[in-house]
Write a protein of this length. Structure first.
Length: 446
């Protein structure tokens, strides 16, 4: 009996042991499951956090790239504007409107159109100093004629400076007339060909005075031949000669003999306000200010008082804007051409422009500038002090005084700046000095 009980006890213990093991196993499994779930949740949270960080970094990077792209776009836009302005100051660039040459353009155009309309020959001689717009006006007229609906005509343009041999002009004209064996052409062959023409031809000869650089009889003969062809009956030829000399044709007496009297047109030099308008028109292509008005005024007056050669002022403005471009490419910060920079560039091209500008001023403007030289250590002087100094200098040289306020208004924006409200009393305004004392001394010498 005892053994039987013992076996039962052992069996019960085994069952209890198995139950404990099962409980322990399930407990461990549940703990492992909970740990695993917690671990997975933590991993998910970490991954989500990493994704959020990546998205945030991507957003910041995108915004940064967008900002850089915008800055780059603006930089390229401004750079293209500057480059367009530089291109507009090329002497080969012909604007839509020629300021100060409207009357001359109209006069030349009407003369040529009348000849085309009536199918009659004629000649014109255009003179003027270099840079007064002669060639630019002719090129614009040529362009307008080619686009207009005037009766069919042929055009030929030649700069005589390009001829290695002056008699080569017969060859060039022969090509235009579509003649054969142009290498052996002479005036008689061309004259014969012109008699057989039935439609108009216009010959523009720039720098025609180069054909008479020595005024020898052979050179006179060339010019005589060219203008003389227009007297041939039914030649349908118009010759337009362009030169610097006032009237080169006066040196060819034979033209009177054949009753050839070219229509004369003379181009005067540009005035300061005309030069200023030319500059501003060429700057109109820019979407923002590149050259300050005071700087334009300075350059315009310097050229008007020097040579009136508009090609020089175009070169000056081109150099000024090129310097602006260089600075912009280095700093990426846009600036403008002011009086100081313009003064430096004008000096490179002309000598000191302020000296030339002061020389061109009226006697009372010069007296005022001279009186202001007493303020060497100051850049600004009050109006009452300017009056006193001007009055003292006038008294010294027994010269009747003028209105100081009016004199300053004429100089305002160039050699000095009048600072203050227009309604303010002049005595309380400030006068800023924009000139060097030595320049005044140099201008007033002699």
């Amino acid at each position: 009996m005892i053994p039987s009980k013992k076996r039962k006890l052992n069996k019960k213990e085994e069952e209890e042991s198995e139950e404990e093991e099962r409980i322990i196993f399930e407990s461990e499994s549940e703990e492992e499951t909970e740990n695993k779930e917690e671990s997975e949740e933590e991993e998910e949270e970490e991954e989500e956090g990493e994704r959020d960080e990546e998205e945030e970094e991507e957003t910041i990077r995108f915004e940064s790239e967008s900002e850089e792209e915008k800055e780059e776009e603006e930089y390229l836009w401004r750079l293209s504007n500057i480059e367009r302005a530089i291109k507009s100051f090329s002497s080969h660039s012909i604007p839509e409107h020629l300021h100060g040459r409207e009357e001359k353009e109209s006069e030349i155009t009407n003369y040529i159109k009348e000849r085309i309309k009536t199918q009659t020959s004629g000649s014109m001689y255009i003179s003027g100093k270099p840079g007064t717009g002669k060639t630019a006006t002719i090129q614009k007229i040529r362009k307008d004629l080619s686009l207009s609906k005037v009766r069919k005509c042929k055009q030929f343009f030649l700069n005589c400076m390009e001829l290695k041999d002056k008699r080569q002009i017969y060859k060039e004209i022969g090509k235009t007339l579509e003649l054969e064996d142009v290498e052996r052409l002479d005036s008689d062959v061309i004259s014969s060909a012109l008699r057989k023409r039935n439609h108009m031809i216009i010959i523009f000869l720039d720098e025609i005075d180069q054909l008479m650089s020595t005024k020898s009889k052979s050179e006179q003969q060339i010019v005589f031949d060219i203008f003389g062809w227009t007297t041939i009956p039914n030649s349908h030829l118009v010759v337009v000669g362009i030169a610097n000399a006032l009237d080169m044709t006066e040196h060819i007496p034979l033209l009177d003999y054949i009753k050839c009297q070219p229509y004369l047109i003379h181009f005067q030099g540009y005035e300061a306000d005309q030069i200023s308008r030319i500059i501003k028109e060429r700057l109109d292509s820019s979407a923002f200010t590149l050259v300050e008005d005071n700087a334009i005024t300075l350059a315009s007056r310097c050229i008007a008082n020097n040579s009136s050669d508009v090609r020089v002022v175009l070169s000056i403005l081109r150099k000024a804007v090129e310097d602006l471009k260089t600075k912009f490419e280095e700093t990426r910060k846009i600036s403008t051409v002011g009086v100081m920079l313009m003064n430096q560039i004008c000096t490179q091209f002309l000598g000191d422009p302020q000296v030339n500008q002061i020389k061109s001023r009226t006697i009372h403007e010069k007296i005022l500038l001279a009186s202001l030289c007493q303020n060497q250590d100051r850049k600004e002087v009050v109006g009452s002090q300017v009056k006193k100094q001007y009055s003292g200098l006038c008294s010294q040289f027994s010269i009747p005084e003028n209105n100081v306020s009016e004199i300053c208004s004429q100089l305002d924006g160039t050699l000095l700046d009048v600072i203050g409200k227009p309604s303010a009393i002049f005595d309380k305004k400030k006068i800023r000095i924009n000139f060097g004392t030595q320049n005044v001394v140099e201008a007033l010498k002699g």
